[in-house]
Design a protein. Structure first.
Length: 151
């Protein structure tokens, strides 16, 4: 697997190229149950800095908008914003931005019987076997996904 430099053939803006304000946002010290209601605590925990939380390696981090439904079973939906770090080494099971013959795709790496596959996380789609005659590169590893529920 060959890694691709982030500027080759992409229309993206690097995180470190923007003047981002680091904003601390209050966070409750308790978790919010997604089941039965629970009494809310009356105090806040230390604020969380979303920049530091989402961008561990800002100089090698990019964001992409997701288009399509091939990763819905991984919780990555059409219209989501994914955060991609190209400094990380890919491992089996990672979700990556890959480039196959010049086309970008968001899939999960799957290695089986010495073969490399890009596996969609939607049973309606088939895995892509990466062969020697393909020009395949890893652009980066997905580290976070941001869902937007209201537009």
């Amino acid at each position: 697997m060959e890694k691709i430099e982030p500027t080759q053939g992409l229309k993206i803006t690097p995180i470190n190229g923007l003047e981002l304000k680091k904003i601390s946002i209050p966070i409750l010290s308790s978790k919010v149950p997604a089941g039965f209601p629970s009494p809310a605590e009356s105090f806040l925990d230390d604020p969380i800095n979303l920049h530091d939380f989402l961008f561990k390696n800002p100089s090698s981090t990019y964001c992409f908008w997701v288009e399509g439904a091939s990763m819905i079973e991984a919780g990555i939906l059409d219209g989501d914003l994914v955060i991609c770090d190209y400094s990380l080494e890919p491992h089996n099971g990672d979700i990556v931005v890959g480039v196959i013959d010049g086309e970008f795709t968001l899939k999960q790496i799957h290695v089986s019987s010495g073969k490399l596959y890009l596996k969609p996380r939607n049973e309606k789609f088939k895995p892509i076997e990466i062969t020697e005659n393909m020009n395949f590169k890893i652009h980066g590893i997905i580290t976070n996904t941001i869902h937007t529920f209201r537009k």
